[in-house]
Design a protein around this ligand. Sequence first.
Ligand SMILES: [Zn+2]
Length: 70
Amino acid sequence: MLSDMETKKCYVCGKIPLSKDEIGLTKKIINKDATAFYCLPCLAEYLEVTEEELIAKIEEFKEEGCTLFK
Ligand SMILES: [Zn+2]
């Protein structure tokens, strides 16, 4: 079982666990020291963009070699 420190849940809907991509994207877009994380649908709503746009962003960041997605 994961400890609370390691288990991230969505701040809005409570989805658990969040994927590496969701955690990485929250850190990259909101704050690298973020303590509240968002799942993809909630982050899309928060930022007023589509999930597809976020997925494209994740791919972009990965291509840049962003360490948050490794
Ligand atoms: Zn959510």
